[in-house]
Write a protein that binds this ligand. Sequence first.
Ligand code: 5AD
Ligand code: SF4
Length: 452
Amino acid sequence: MKQYYIKTFGCQMNVYDSHRIAGILNDLGMREAASAKQADLIVFNTCHIREKATEKLFSDLGRICEIKQERALAGKDTVIGVVGCVVQAEDEQIAQRARFVDFALGPLTYHRLPEILKNLDRRHSRTIIDTEFPAESKFDFLPANQSSGACSFLAIQEGCNNFCTYCVVPYTRGIETSRPVGEVLSEARKLVAEGTLEINLLGQNVNSYHGEDENGTERDLAYLLHRLNEIDGLERIRYTTSYPADVTNDLIDCHRSIKKLMPYLHLPVQSGSDTILKAMNRRHTAAQYLDIIARLKEANPLLGFSSDFIVGFPGETDRDFEATLNLVDKVKFIQAFSFKYSRRPGTPAAEMPCQIEEKVKKERLQILQDKLFSYQLKFNRDSIGKTMPVLFENRGRHPGQLTGRTPYMQNLYAKADKSLLNKIIRVRIKDATMNALSGEITEEQQHGRNFI
Ligand code: 5AD
Ligand code: SF4
């Protein structure tokens, strides 16, 4: 039996895509290898969002080339494939800089993998490239999504029409498309039947979802959340990533009425300065963002927020940066991702004047992260003494330990019997750092009684 190894870079959508690619390969009778060295097929699922991600790909590909050569000396063939957003943007560069790559597929064409593998004549051909934006939906061709344990991702929307001036996504993932309601619901039911308790709905702009229902009527994310709420056995629902200007009143209301919706929302703001938000082509101001947060909090006072930030966008002054710091002080994000602006070829911001010096970007990132981390640590420390339902997903590093997630996506570890794996258990929080909580399970729960 042939073995495959998939290395994933980037966002949760890529994690989901890799899972679907594994599904294709399993269907072809292959199985997952323990490491790249044992694999007959090595797939790199790539990210193009920032410069560093692309450079990392090429350095990792160099190492994979060595593995291919070592295996060749032992008389073993290795097929190397690159998929994902870097392919969409830099297919020629891959073909030139890494000639040993056998095939390269964009994020919207990986359903063609079986055909590509069948036609692969590695001895004669150069890299096979397929970066079409196809008319068909890949979801119509992929084998059914398999549950990946108690928590599963489910892509409901892909691509983006927002064209933020710094971002490559509209060019790599294409324009926005939504999967039909019926298709999403049947995938969700299947995942739950296979043991999924938590579904994380994915999309680059997930809250602009507009899939057709069974009668051909266009429905939004709020409608879909209500339908998902009806699925017995589904305990937790999340959705990511949302665009502030597309947060509707109905969606806000879901946070009041749908108890399965976790009290944690990732809502990227990028900057707290209206000048910069405008230059970024964001369709919201800082005040509008804060208003959305206030209305969401009114719907569910327990909601915690996370966000993405970019520092050093072209033209960002000290005052603009201060406005970002002020916004952080107002929202007190419980988690956040912050990045130095990275100039991406082909995007409007790359051509803007007043690019910011690396040194300034670095300083601003440090200041912002110190602030963000302090709020994250405070939130985690404030959890000490509370009891929270935790979905245990994995075994911990130490024997007798399990790890899981709280409703707020905090990582938690606790001494717990392995029978509690893939269950939601009440845990008393004992200690906290910035990145993890530790907890204690009551005696009754340890013995499998009184589950939530
Ligand atoms: N430079 C830095 N960060 C970026 N992001 C997207 N494009 C860039 C870029 N060119 C960040 C945004 C986005 C997250 C996924 O990545 O904050 O929300
Ligand atoms: Fe990129 Fe903006 Fe679309 Fe997010 S909303 S994927 S940052 S273009």
